[in-house]
Design a protein around this ligand. Structure first.
Ligand code: PLP
Length: 381
């Protein structure tokens, strides 16, 4: 206990202590945080679908038909026809032969990487990959080789240095904190040259990149062998997924422990996710609106002295010092804007950011307001 208290003291003394803030309204551009009405500028609900009327109606119909919980794991009693319908929809949306749903994106990364990569595998993993990829690598029996962020030269050198065997490259497609996009077309060419499998994590790409929001399979020239993703961000629901060939999906259905040993997702979130995907299919303007907001926010941030060129809704405003970033986040909150400071261990020490995220429901006035406030306080912190 003593050592736990000491660690907690260390966290507090280094401005790394985290406290949960509670929302008491839906995840819209305006919400209520700890009793205060705010402009939400930090949600992953990029297309505003989590509170969409048609999505909610679809969820209501599901609870009326199926009830609340799914009552079992997918391989026992928990598979509803809806689960399969969503898997087929995701596979079609992403242009793959088949798909498999997991309970979260985190569990998808854990399950897929640990099932595929046995002791005969080398895993090449980008140094800024999401924690769930890192944990999937740790759980696997393969050996992980970390390459420099988005650095294809370093990746190739590391691949060349090892004898050929079973090898896989895994990367976020849109990096979750920096919002930059992986250099996948180059990575894919390397993977073909040296005969490696490729996995991309489309958590922040689905509904976001590609002309119609399909993510990596639409945005890049080449398609990864395996795409992992989540339904919890632009899709506005919950759950993770993996897309691949029929045989890989069949293998994962039989081998991925986080798929096998956990109760299936509620039909409510499944039904909502199906509706969200249909809405994205039919409303390309949602994706376009988000993309316009991204360009506008970057232009405005450059005008006030931040060097930011994001092509995703994640706009990292680098503050560096933990205390200053927390202070700026508090000042923004006092002005009715919610953007938490993201600190170590999510980012490197001394690289604290305000992780501003955009939604298609924001407009240019919202963006102007936030940027003007940041500009006002950036020199005061
Ligand atoms: C890149 C990335 N992968 C996976 C996940 C995990 O997804 P989920 O929230 O569905 O567990 C996240 C975010 O939470 C993420 O940013």
């Amino acid at each position: 206990m003593n050592s736990i208290n000491k660690k907690l003291e260390y966290i507090k003394a280094n401005n790394l202590y985290r406290k949960i803030k509670y929302l008491s309204e839906s995840q819209d551009k305006y919400t209520t945080v700890d009793g205060m009405k705010v402009l939400l500028m930090s949600s992953n609900n990029y297309l505003g679908l989590s509170n969409n009327e048609d999505v909610k109606q679809s969820a209501i119909e599901a609870i009326q038909k199926y009830g609340l919980g799914s009552g079992g794991s997918r391989l026992t009693t928990g598979s509803y026809d809806l689960h399969r319908k969503l898997e087929r929809k995701i596979a079609e949306f992403k242009n793959y032969e088949d798909a498999l749903i997991f309970n979260t994106g985190y569990m998808a990364n854990l399950g897929v990487i640990s099932a595929i990569c046995d002791e005969n595998y080398y895993i090449f993993s980008d140094e800024l990959n999401h924690a769930s990829i890192v944990d999937g690598c740790r759980l696997s029996k393969g050996e992980t080789i970390v390459y420099k962020h988005n650095n294809v030269k370093d990746l190739e050198n590391k691949i060349k240095a090892l004898n050929p065997s079973n090898r896989i490259i895994v990367s976020d497609s849109v990096f979750s904190m920096d919002g930059d996009i992986c250099n996948f077309d180059k990575i894919y060419e390397i993977s073909k040259r040296y005969n490696l499998l490729t996995i991309l994590d489309d958590a922040h790409a689905t509904g976001v990149i590609g002309k119609t929001g399909r993510g990596s399979s639409e945005y890049f020239k080449y398609k990864p062998d395996i795409t992992i993703g989540t339904l919890s961000k632009a899709i506005g629901s919950e759950g993770g997924f993996v897309c691949a060939s029929e045989s890989i999906i069949d293998f994962l259905r039989n081998k991925a422990r986080s798929f096998i040993f956990s109760t299936a997702l509620s039909p409510i979130v499944i039904s909502g996710a199906i509706k969200s995907l249909e809405i994205i299919d039919e409303n390309i303007q949602l994706v376009e609106k988000l993309s316009n907001n991204i360009s506008y926010a970057c232009k405005r941030l450059n005008e006030i002295g931040f060097d930011i060129d994001s092509h995703s809704p994640i706009i990292p405003i680098l503050i560096g010092d933990e205390e200053k970033a927390v202070k700026l986040s508090e000042l923004l909150l006092e002005n009715g804007i919610f953007i938490p400071a993201i600190r170590n261990p999510t980012v490197k020490k001394g690289c604290t950011i305000l992780r501003l995220t955009l939604m298609s429901t924001h407009n240019y006035e919202d963006i102007d307001y936030v940027i003007d406030i940041i500009n006002k306080y950036k020199l005061e912190i």
